[in-house]
Design a protein around this ligand. Structure first.
Ligand code: ATP
Ligand code: MG
Length: 345
C-alpha cells in the first residue's frame, strides 16, 4: 500500500507544499503548490499574525487539493542550533550520550531543558582502529519554536509528524542518502537566510546559516536606485548578475551583497577541507529562490573555482510527463518541501 507524505515549507516569502505517494520506496508526485507568505508571518509571535499564516496554509492545501492532515514541516535554520561534534574517541553508548550532552551545553546558548536534542552518528570509533574518530551531527531545536509551529498547524487541523531544519530537508532531496554522490556544498538561498551544508556519503558534515539572502539583494537595489520594492524585485530577477546589462549597474549593486554571502560560503568550504583534506568538495549545488538569479551560477563557479549546478529536487521523484515542464521553472524553490516529503515515516 502506498503511503501519502506531505512536506510543508513555511518560508518568509512563500509557503510551499509537496504531496508524494510513496510505494515500496518509490516516490511519485501527487500535488504541489505555493502561496505568498503573509507578513511578518512565522517571524512574529503575535496571535493574529500566526493566524494569518494558518489561513494561508489552509488556502494552499485546498488549492493543491491536499486533504491529508499529517505533515512534515521545516524549521528555520537560523533558529535551530546545529553542530557537528568530532574528534571523539571510542566511547560506549552511555559515555557517548553524556559526551554529546556535555558538548551541546557549550554551543547551545540556552538550558538543555529548553531544547529538543537530536543527533545522528556519522562515524563511530572502534577499539581496534585508533584512526577512526566518532563524529556526531547534533541538532537542538528550541522548544518554544517547535511549540509555535505545532500551534499554528494544529489551529488549522494539521498534525506535524516531524519537524526538521530546512537544510536537512533540502539535502535529502538533492543528494538523498546516496553514498556515492560526490562531496558537495549545498547552498540554500531563501529570502532571509542562506543556509549551507557540506554533504559526503549521503550525510551532512558541516552546516552554516548566513543571515542574508534574496531580500537583502532586493533592498539594496531599491535603496541604490530609489525603486519601489516590487520594481527592485523585477530588476533583480531580470538582470541579476549579468554584467553586460544596464552598464553593469545592477550587477555592481548585487555583487556587493553576493560577495559577502560567497565569502562566507568559501569559509565553509575551507573549514571542511581543512578537516577532511583527503575528501575535497567536488561541486556546489545552488538551491532556493536565489538559485534562479540570472548569472549567479556562473558567478559562483568562477568565485569558488568549482562546478556549480542549479538544484533539481525532482530528480528522484517519478512524475507524469505533462508535469515535467511545469516543474522545471521553479524547481529550486521546492527543494525543502520535497526533502520534507521524502523523510521516512
Ligand atoms: N528569478 C529569480 N531571480 C532572483 N531571485 C529570485 C528569483 N526567483 C526568486 N527569487 C528570490 O528568491 C527568494 C525566495 O526564495 P525562497 O522561496 O526559497 O525563499 P523563502 O523560503 O520564502 O525564504 P526563507 O527560506 O528565507 O524563509 C526571494 O527573495 C526572491 O526574490
Ligand atoms: Mg526557504
Amino acid at each position: 500500500m502506498a503511503r501519502i507524505s506531505v512536506g510543508l515549507d513555511i518560508g518568509f516569502s512563500s509557503i510551499k507544499v509537496v504531496a508524494l505517494s510513496i510505494d515500496k520506496n518509490v516516490p511519485k508526485l501527487l500535488s504541489l503548490g505555493s502561496i505568498a507568505s503573509p507578513q511578518p508571518g512565522m517571524a512574529s509571535d503575535g496571535v493574529s499574525d500566526l493566524e494569518s499564516v494558518g489561513i494561508a496554509i489552509k488556502k494552499l492545501f485546498s488549492a493543491a487539493r491536499i486533504s491529508s492532515k499529517e505533515v512534515v514541516v521545516a524549521l528555520p535554520e537560523s533558529k535551530v542550533f546545529t553542530r557537528v561534534i568530532d574528534e571523539l574517541p571510542y566511547l560506549t553508548n552511555q559515555e557517548l550520550d553524556s559526551a554529546i550532552r556535555f558538548a551541546a551545553e557549550e554551543f547551545i546558548p540556552m538550558p538543555l531543558t529548553d531544547v529538543n536534542l537530536n543527533w545522528q552518528i556519522l562515524s563511530r570509533a572502534n577499539q581496534k582502529d585508533k584512526n577512526i574518530k566518532t563524529v556526531v551531527f547534533v541538532v537542538a531545536s528550541p522548544k518554544n519554536l517547535v511549540n509555535k509551529y505545532i500551534k499554528v498547524l494544529s489551529n488549522v487541523g494539521l498534525r506535524p509528524q516531524a519537524l526538521e531544519t530546512e537544510i536537512i530537508a533540502s539535502t535529502r532531496a538533492l543528494v538523498g542518502n546516496n553514498p556515492f554522490s560526490p562531496t558537495s556544498l549545498i547552498i540554500q538561498m531563501g529570502a532571509t537566510t542562506t543556509d549551507c551544508a557540506v554533504t559526503s556519503k549521503g550525510m551532512i558534515w558541516l552546516t552554516r546559516s548566513i543571515s542574508s539572502g534574496g531580500l537583502a539583494l532586493t533592498r539594496t537595489l531599491a535603496q541604490q536606485f530609489g525603486f519601489e520594492i516590487n520594481q527592485a524585485e523585477e530588476y533583480k530577477k531580470v538582470y541579476g548578475l549579468l554584467e553586460d546589462q544596464l552598464e553593469g549597474k545592477v550587477y555592481e549593486a548585487l555583487k556587493s551583497i553576493i560577495d559577502i554571502i560567497a565569502s562566507e560560503a568559501r569559509r565553509v568550504i575551507q573549514a571542511y577541507q581543512a578537516k577532511y583534506p583527503q575528501n575535497p568538495i567536488k561541486r556546489v549545488v545552488l538551491s532556493g529562490g536565489g538559485a534562479k538569479m540570472p548569472g549567479l551560477v556562473i558567478y559562483l563557479a568562477q568565485n569558488f573555482g568549482l562546478e556549480v549546478q542549479e538544484a533539481d529536487p525532482w530528480y528522484l521523484i517519478s512524475k507524469d510527463k505533462g508535469l515535467e515542464q511545469k516543474l522545471l521553472k521553479d524547481a529550486p524553490l521546492f527543494s525543502v518541501a520535497v526533502g520534507l516529503a521524502l523523510r521516512e515515516g
